[in-house]
Design a protein around this ligand. Sequence first.
Ligand SMILES: [Zn+2]
Length: 218
Amino acid sequence: MDLESKIINFERIRQLEDAGDFFGVIDTMKTYGIEDEFISLYAKNVSGLGDKGIDKLRPGGEWYESAVGFISEDEGLFEVMYKDHLTLKRFGVTKEELADRFSEILKKADEGDGVYLGNNRYLIDGKYEVFAAYTCGGQGCPFDDETFSGAIYSIKNIHTGQEVGGLTSISAHLAKEHGFFEGNVAYRFDPEKLIEVLEMDKMYPIKFENPVYYNLAA
Ligand SMILES: [Zn+2]
């Protein structure tokens, strides 16, 4: 567990979110010295929730197909966004870089630009086994009402055997525009798992404590 996430009183912030007091959440974030860029992103996201507030993200929020919700009953939006924000910082990967990378792979599966392996599976770039299933439903973004076709995906790196699931047609948008990877729900697409599967960990050379590798990475 990261030091920063230990100090923050997530429960207190969750109570403010449940009460719809997003200004209170933002004031609290400032007292923790959280970066302005993150605060702006959070403020943009909550402003899109409208009257439903945080309930719009919870299971049964009846937002398009999302009966399963975007966060679980016992989570808040801030904690989900902030923990993933820290994870990305720890690996030195931006949300844009990560979203662009996985959406590029999923797009190739959508377009059949790979080797079809049968059973909705495609081999992309000779390295990623992508499962892609298309549904007739759609999914709207809870923060701005943009809509996306219904598709679910998983990506397996056949070299390492690592696999990440929970990806849908809205995932890249949520990651890139909202810094949101969903909470402890069916369609969470864990950024740490994605970084691992896509081998995007920029800290990787530093693990060897080799100054030559370190300089190459800089
Ligand atoms: Zn959106």
